[in-house]
Design a protein around this ligand. Structure first.
Ligand code: DQA
Length: 144
């Protein structure tokens, strides 16, 4: 099973950005966690990060017919991007939305998720472990 993990803007700043909200683990730690999870579960996991909305749309489109499932943390684009929502709908690849922080307990503008409307499941507030949980969830529901 091949899973693509997509991260939006500022996720590459993990460990530096607002550690009180996102924790002290770095982006490199996240990449290591993804690799460990892939090995432990016998999955192929690829990661893509961009700070640019159009690049995220391009990467989702390029995944069409190439991956079995996706995990996405659209970061700030969660709360604004109909383009990412439409891209997810277009490719119709089962996708789990992940947020490191519990967005529901934060500012009201973080309570809406456009891409989430096209996702099969959402994991919030579990820190970096949320990515591992999302991969396990996809393996359980769509694994082959
Ligand atoms: C985030 C939550 C978003 O509101 C924020 O803009 C992010 C990260 C999270 O993982 O908790 O950049 O998606």
């Amino acid at each position: 099973m091949k899973i693509l993990v997509i991260n939006g803007p500022n996720i590459n700043m993990l460990g530096i950005r607002e550690p009180g909200i996102y924790g002290k683990n770095t982006f490199a730690d996240l990449l290591a966690l993804l690799e460990e999870t892939a090995q432990a579960e016998g999955l192929e996991v690829e990661q893509y990060q961009s700070n640019h909305e159009g690049d995220l749309v391009d990467r989702i489109q390029a995944a069409y017919g190439k991956v079995d499932a996706m995990v996405i943390n659209p970061a700030a684009y969660t709360h604004t991007s109909i383009a990412i929502l439409d891209a997810l709908k277009a490719v119709a690849i089962p996708t789990v939305e992940v947020h490191i922080s519990n967005v529901d307990a934060r500012e009201p503008f973080r309570h809406i998720s456009y891409p989430g409307m096209a996702c099969v499941h959402t994991i919030k507030g579990q820190g970096l472990d949320g990515y591992r949980q999302a991969i396990l969830w996809l393996k359980e529901h769509y694994g082959k």
